[in-house]
Design a protein around this ligand. Structure first.
Ligand code: GDP
Length: 316
């Protein structure tokens, strides 16, 4: 269990998940957090990563760094999503073990479960069926990372554990129109439509896919619970316990933003997997529950977006 003086390295601390984990660690007063901006440490560079671990010798590693993107980015750039994420996982997990880390938490993703599988999805569903084609490259890399954790545990006794987060949202997300995930993409689209007085907003796909959305601060609390109280080979799901259709999500976002125009759907855009709601009994048994409901979480994310991305949007 990490103490206030433990040397904890948060890989990916500027991203959506990593920044929330960073905030959650700072609150109880962890004093020895180790952080590196992307410009200062390229996690795909094996020699650089090994040199960093040799010098810093973190006792705990949270691997939240990844190349991520929404359904369009995943489909357009499979080579990068596979190659970059494979290298990050291989380099960080190996160097952490080699330089004596006591524990590593790897963030996988709910998209690595089979495309069609009983809902809510239990951890045992892993590798029981074919993957969703729109994010197969990312999923394969994340499965490899998970398997590395399990292999280093079995062969070397390294305490590497795996969290399986659902679709995340919150501050520090990416809000670009084409490559982001649905929630930030729609927040921005509805906001811009309100500013320009547009008559309608287009949402990709049929609107019927269902997704399980969790605020990144809830994820961070779950990660800390795992770091403190879990050791085992089985990955642990982290989800909201519910889900919502994209059509209803769009209405919720429009209401938060105050957009009153029409909402259209573009069926030429892919729907992706029909549903992926996580069974959260395992993490619940550790005493964790999500605390931020979707409406409040969207309000919080919208506030952050307006405060931090205003210049970008003012150009509209
Ligand atoms: P996924 O869970 O990997 O499919 O991630 P996304 O967040 O990219 O997409 C979730 C669902 O939202 C899919 O069914 C998309 O087709 C749908 N969606 C609707 N509008 C948008 C949009 O503007 N951007 C994205 N990324 N997805 C959208």
């Amino acid at each position: 269990m990490p103490g206030p003086d433990s040397r904890i390295y948060v890989a990916g601390h500027t991203g959506l998940a990593g920044s929330a984990i960073h905030r959650a660690l700072e609150k109880p007063g962890h004093r020895n957090l180790i952080l590196r901006a992307h410009a200062d440490l390229d996690l795909t560079d094996a020699r650089a990563v090994d040199g960093f671990f040799a010098a810093e010798k973190p006792s705990h590693v949270i691997l939240a760094a990844a190349k991520v993107g929404g359904i369009a980015a995943n489909t357009a750039f499979p080579a990068e999503f596979l190659s970059v994420n494979l290298r990050i996982a291989a380099n960080v997990i190996d160097s952490a073990w080699r330089h004596g880390a006591a524990k590593l938490l790897y963030l996988a993703s709910s998209c690595i479960y089979p495309r069609l599988t009983p809902q809510p999805i239990r951890e045992e569903a892993l590798l029981t069926g074919a993957l969703e084609p729109t994010n197969e490259a990312y999923a394969i890399a994340k499965i490899a990372g998970l398997k590395l954790c399990q292999a280093y545990r079995r062969q070397y006794g390294f305490d590497a554990i795996v969290a399986m987060p659902t679709n995340l949202y919150g501050p520090h997300d990416r809000f670009d129109a084409e490559s982001s995930h649905v929630l930030p993409a729609l927040l921005r689209r509805f906001y811009e439509a309100k500013l320009t007085g547009a008559e309608s907003v287009t949402v990709w796909g049929s609107g019927s896919p269902r997704r399980d959305f969790l605020h990144a601060d809830d994820l961070a609390a779950a990660c800390l619970a795992l770091l403190r109280g879990y050791s085992g080979e089985m990955p642990v799901n982290i989800g909201s316990g519910g889900d919502i259709a994209i059509r209803d999500l769009a209405q919720l976002i429009a209401a938060v933003v105050g957009y009153r125009g029409a909402i259209n759907f573009d069926p030429s855009r892919p729907d992706g997997t029909p549903e992926k709601r996580l069974d959260i009994s395992r993490i619940a048994a550790l005493g964790w529950r999500p605390s931020i409901d979707l409406h409040r979480g969207i309000e919080d994310t919208y506030r952050w977006y307006r405060e931090n991305c205003a210049r970008e949007t003012a150009a509209v």
